[in-house]
Design a protein around this ligand. Sequence first.
Ligand code: MG
Length: 344
Amino acid sequence: MLLEIHTDTGIIGIGECNGPPQPSKTIIESFFKPLVIGEDPLNVEKIWEKLYHHSRDYGQRGMPIAAISGIDIALWDIIGKALNQPIYKLIGGGFRDKIRPYATGLYYYKGNEKEKLQEEAKRYVREGFKYLKLKIGKGIQEDIERVKWIKEAVGDKIFVMVDANHAYTASTAIRLGRILEEYDIYWFEEPVIPEDIEGYKEVKAAVNIPIAGGETVFTRFGFKDLISNRAVDIAQPCISAAGGITECKKIATICNTWNIPCIPHIWGTNIALAAALHFLAALPHTPPSIYPIEPLMEFDRTIHPIREQSTKKPIKIDSGFVLVPQEPGLGVELNRDIISKYSV
Ligand code: MG
């Protein structure tokens, strides 16, 4: 769901909410919008607290927080445009101006799955990707088969992550993870349901693969539990779901405090991608080092007509890196023809 916030100076901010669009639209129009009208967009944190406080008793997680996230992103777009600066320069400044993406794709095919998955993986390598993420979660045997196909297709120099989208119990995830250890998996994402913090801890303790999770965890309060329990090795807040730029900055600070890298979940149109790029540009190294490991950017490569054409210009890629927009605000402009074509 995309939204705009219009101001009395004529500046318009764009935001995006992750998840099913209709509930976010309803929540914003019927509940949050009257709380935002009349506020000064520069008071972005004050507005965040106001919206969260008013919805806390029946919000806290899920779609109400996605709705706040979209509003927060739009407010930051307004602030950047008003001050004539890209957002990342206003939230701490640039640690980097380009981000190494990893390809998200490698879903499920009906028929000839091995050939199709291998061809897809090879295409990403030809396009310059050094990291690929594969969907798993259909059972141990099938998952192992899929990992073998991808490894066979791309060789040892390409890093492969697996994402179970919380398909397993801790015991199954441990059995799977122990077999996957020999395939040099870069991370194992969402092995168990997000509510099962004890399960995460069991998997993390038993499997010698970094455990990632957090795309279905919301706000600093959700990440407080995930991080202070050391339930993950890599935390993955979603900028357009977990609370927007304002809240994800706080989540990143919690991660940094516990020495746990933050690599955001990224999904949706170029608006969500741009918001995440600014967040990533201003993300401190965790841990800091003379030779720090740079955060990666999730880059969904599945075919999606809205994402590709949502902005007038595409997200720029140069020599295998995604460039952080340098124009004021989010630095991207809505393609209104496409928006009206696909609007519901
Ligand atoms: Mg995921």
